[in-house]
Design a protein around this ligand. Structure first.
Ligand code: FES
Length: 484
């Protein structure tokens, strides 16, 4: 019985990123079938990985530690009924596997019996050969598969994972994500950076309507929106009201910038964090009932007491209610207010989002991010989005500091420490625009397979674009935001 695992779960089991696995697939090092990896193939390709023996209860915690990132452990367990249903599903699988084994056992006994009967009517030599074959068959069966120990432990670890979090595949986009804790399908998708279409997030508008293709879901929040009988019969569900009980496949719309409506939200100032003398990070919180729908890289208008200004969002849509913007000291009304008279708990009106400087979700190419001074704000948002999607093979960040210092340098360094495929190079504008451009592109003589996202003054963005195109970048791979 072949046992297949989705790529995302394999990534968690072996502790590598999905993009690293995709690279192995492209290079022919790992075989897949329909995007799934067979258990024996997994054991073959990762011969050095040892999984804990599932027989000992005390090892379960260790399995969980490795199976889930720390932040997930800190979050709540799934709903009791969901847990019970997942255990029941696992029990059912175990039951069918056991009955199949019992059947194979009976077939094997029957075969041995037949061999003994046939041998009686044979001459001495052929009979001895048949009986020797029977003996060998028994020996093979008693020995068990070569990798039995590792396979058993891997299956145990995967079973724990499947109880704690289930895997969702989105059609037709092919995105996938995990549902953990008590998250609805919508919350889990947004946390994973997948911008599924939605509106109210409370069961009223029907914008998050999707179709269940396979697997089981459970309603966790009541809703007022009325699904027609035909929709229900066709697997219709609201992503903001349902969670997944088993691994599921759903059909749902992924939103682009044009699909996201303008919103006006009263946000609360959670923190005003000075980054340098001339720059601060403003941390806003949206109300629980009205989260901001936006895509990484977009901007919003902020206003308070008649002072307003447009700012790029520096946080990731996967951060739920938290919105971060970087405000530099300049002649915008809002900047003056932010540096002189803004306080914690003040209410700031947010209008937006705007802009098309967003991640290309279907690209799995290496990505270069270029930021000039506080052009880092949208780049930070995009970077975190790409990280949460685990979409890119490799990510390179070049951050040029001109009048501002590299004000969130520690964050960039921590990404370098945490991710094998992230590279960071701070640059100083003092070496001149030509010098900066030369330094960036000296690392990348051939850009045919890249995507580039650049944010900063027009002069910088244009020079970078020309240099990139001269090195073979496709026009479709260039994405930029001028921030003059
Ligand atoms: S988002 Fe409005 S019903 Fe789900």
């Amino acid at each position: 019985m072949a046992h297949y695992l989705p790529l995302s779960r394999v990534a968690r089991l072996v502790g590598v990123t999905r993009s690293a696995l995709q690279k192995m697939i492209q290079q022919g090092e790992l075989a897949t079938f329909d995007g799934m990896v067979e258990l024996d193939e997994l054991l073959r390709v990762f011969p050095d990985i040892q999984w804990q023996d599932e027989g000992e209860l005390e090892h379960v915690n260790a399995i969980k530690e490795r199976a889930f990132a720390k932040r997930i452990l800190e979050r709540t367990l799934p709903d009791k009924e969901v847990l019970a249903e997942r255990l029941y599903q696992l029990g059912k699988e175990l039951g069918s596997a056991k009955s199949l084994l019992l059947h194979y056992d009976q077939v094997f006994d029957w075969l041995c019996q037949q061999m003994s009967e046939v041998a009686k009517d044979m001459g001495r030599e052929p009979a001895a050969a048949v009986l020797a074959l029977k003996h060998q068959l028994r020996q093979q069966l008693n020995a068990g598969p070569e990798e039995a120990g590792r396979a058993r432990s891997l299956l145990a670890e995967e079973s724990v994972m499947r109880i704690m979090s289930v895997h969702v595949t989105v059609q037709p986009s092919g995105h996938d994500f995990f549902v953990e804790g008590n998250d609805t399908l919508l919350e889990a998708a947004l946390r994973a950076g997948i911008p599924l279409n939605y509106g109210c997030s409370s069961g009223n508008c029907g914008e998050c309507k999707a179709r269940l293709v396979s697997g089981q879901v459970k309603k966790v929040h009541p809703y007022d929106y009325v699904l027609s009988e035909a929709e229900k019969a066709n697997g219709g569900l609201l992503l903001c009201s349902y969670t997944a009980v088993t691994d599921v496949v759903i059909e749902a719309e992924v939103a682009g910038a044009a699909d996201i409506p303008q919103q006006i939200i009263q946000t609360r100032v959670r923190n005003i964090e000075p980054l340098t003398e001339d720059l601060l990070a403003l941390h806003l919180f949206t109300p629980r009932s009205q989260r901001l729908r936006f895509l990484a890289g977009q901007r919003v208008r902020l206003s308070i007491d008649g002072a307003e200004g447009d700012y790029h969002i520096a946080s990731c849509p996967c951060e739920d209610r938290h919105i971060e913007v970087h405000v530099r000291r300049d002649n915008r009304n809002f900047a003056r207010k932010a540096f002189t008279g803004l306080h914690k708990e003040d209410m700031v009106t947010l209008t937006g989002p705007e802009g098309n400087f967003v991640v290309k979700l279907d690209s799995h190419r290496p990505v270069i991010f270029l930021a000039w001074d506080d052009g880092f704000a949208p780049i930070k948002s995009l970077l975190q989005h790409v990280m949460s999607l685990e979409a890119a093979d490799a990510m390179y960040l070049y951050w040029v500091s001109d009048r501002l210092v590299h004000y969130q340098e520690n964050l960039c360094r921590s990404w370098v420490d945490a991710l094998d495929n992230f590279h960071y190079r701070p640059l100083a504008a003092q070496s001149g625009l030509a010098g900066v451009i030369a330094a960036i592109f000296a690392d990348h003589p051939d850009l045919a397979r890249f995507d580039i996202y650049a944010a900063g003054p027009a002069e910088f963005v244009d020079a970078a674009r020309d240099a990139a195109l001269a090195r073979g970048l496709s026009l479709l791979g260039w994405h930029s935001e001028r921030m003059d």
